[in-house]
Structure formats: C-alpha cells, structure tokens
Design a protein around this ligand. Structure first.
Ligand code: NDP
Length: 239
C-alpha cells in the first residue's frame, strides 16, 4: 500500500534536501533513481540505503543543464530501476550578485541548471507517465520564485520560470492523471544556503532538509484524486 514498490527519480540527490528526500522515500519502500554530478556522493548514499532497505537503487551522473547527458542518464536509470512513477526535480544552484556585476556566463548557468534542467528531466520521464496515465512531479522552486530581491535576479528568474513551467505542465498533465506541484521553501539549512550566505541566526531555528522531505512525503501520500499545486513553507524564525 502507499508508496511501496513505486519508483522515484530524485535529482540533486547527493546532498542537502535531495539526499534526505531519497533516504525517506527508501524508508517507505520506494525504489530510487538518483541523479547528480558527483558520483561519489550518489554511490555513498546508495550504499547506505541498500544496507537499511530492500529497495532497488540506481545512480547516474549528469549535469541537468546538459540535455544529452540527461537523456543518457535517464535511459540508464530506466534500465536499472524501471520507469519513473514520481519525479522530484530538486537539483539546483544559487549564486547571487547584482545585474550590473554578475558575469553573464554565471547568470546563464543558473537559469540553465534550475529552469532548463527541470524541463530536460521532466521531458525525459513524461512520456512513460502519460502512457501509464499516472505520475507525480514535484518541482523544487523557492520563495525567490515568488518575488525578486536585489542580487537574486538570476536565481529568481530561474525559479519564477520553474513556477510558470509547473503551472503550464500541471494544466497539461492533469488529464493524464499526473499531479504536478511546485514547492517554494524559504531558507533551508544546506550547503547551498551556506555557500550563498543565507544562514543567518541560529541553525536550530532554520528549516532543515528533513522538514522539506516530510512535506514531499505528505504530498506524495495524498490520494490520487488530490494534488497540491503549490506549497510554500517558511521557518518560524524571522531572522
Ligand atoms: P545543495 O547544494 O545542498 O544540494 C544540491 C544537489 O543538487 C547536490 O546533490 C548537487 O550535486 C546537485 N546539483 C547541483 N547542480 C547540479 C547540476 N547542474 N546537475 C545535477 N545535479 C546538480 O542544495 P539544496 O539541497 O539546498 O537545494 C536543493 C533545491 O532546493 C535547489 O533547487 C534549491 O534551489 C532549492 N532551495 C533551496 C533552499 C535553501 O535554502 N537551501 C531554499 C529554497 C529552495 P552535485 O554538485 O554533485 O551535482
């Protein structure tokens, strides 16, 4: 019953939020297809999961901004784990700087990873979901996908893009019984937040990757007649 025996593809599964989502899904008996760029992270997670759960785990390395690499990785994962029932588009990157000062290559890279990456991976798994008339897709956006701020133009543009992509996909996919959700968390205690200088105040008051993973599990566990189109979560810490 529930999620047991289904297959989830988690992108950005090597660290942070994606790693905890994958770990919690394995505990529910979900077979896992794990994707990120760093092979060692994925293999180490796969080994840990295989020690504690009886699920199939496949790993594949790809930069989500590279469509050809994504297509090859998805083919490999389908071979080892099976067609995807649940896609968690979590891989993402963030650096901040003013429009005037940020290098255009950096700006383009953020949009490529966060927006094009979400599109490439979704495009790869959608035909199987449509053929089976079943599926769940959760796209991890951000509060920066709802409002802009000084120095976040690239990240906000990419995450606003994810919101528009999610809304359009949701309208297309409903008739195929595919549920599509955008998550818009505020700051979560991960390496990304450290690198971007987002960790302000005490760590124990910050949202943890476990909190986001619990929300993902709650959404996935809803009956098929229900879907959450958008879920925002904030820490109670006003920082
Ligand atoms: P982390 O940096 O901790 O982890 C990111 C994961 O994504 C890593 O496994 C990383 O592995 C992978 N990744 C990064 N770039 C790529 C790429 N180009 N191709 C494939 N995989 C990639 O980040 P978080 O866990 O904090 O972030 C996860 C998601 O949550 C992101 O989409 C982020 O924008 C979003 N988010 C985060 C918030 C926060 O405060 N932390 C708040 C709101 C949203 P590798 O480097 O090996 O590829």
């Amino acid at each position: 019953m529930g999620l047991q025996g289904k297959v989830a593809l988690v992108t950005g599964a090597g660290k942070g939020i994606g790693k905890v989502i994958a770990t919690k899904l394995a505990a529910e008996g979900v077979h896992l297809a794990l994707l990120a760029r760093t092979k060692a992270d994925l293999e180490s997670l796969a080994q840990t999961i295989e020690k504690t759960s009886d699920v199939r785990v496949g790993t594949a390395v790809a930069d989500v901004a590279d469509r050809t690499a994504v297509e090859a990785a998805l083919a490999e994962l389908k071979e080892t784990v099976g067609p995807v029932d649940m896609l968690i588009n979590n891989a993402g990157t963030a650096t901040f700087g003013s429009v005037a000062e940020m290098a255009p290559e950096e700006w383009e890279r953020i949009v490529k990873v966060n927006l094009f990456g979400t599109y490439y991976v979704t495009r790869g798994v959608l035909p199987d979901m449509m053929a089976r008339n079943d599926g769940v897709i959760i796209n991890v956006s951000s509060t920066a996908g709802l409002r802009g701020a000084a120095t976040t133009s690239a990240y906000s543009a990419s995450k606003f893009g994810v919101m528009g992509f999610t809304e359009s996909l949701m309208q297309e996919a409903r008739k195929h019984n595919i549920r599509v959700t955008a998550l818009t968390p505020s700051t979560v205690n991960t390496e990304l937040a450290s690198r971007a200088g987002l960790k302000i105040g005490s760590e124990d008051r910050m949202m943890q990757p476990e909190d986001v993973a619990d929300l993902v599990l709650a959404i996935l566990n809803l009956p098929p007649r229900v879907f959450v189109n958008q879920a925002g979560i904030w820490t109670t810490n006003p920082q």
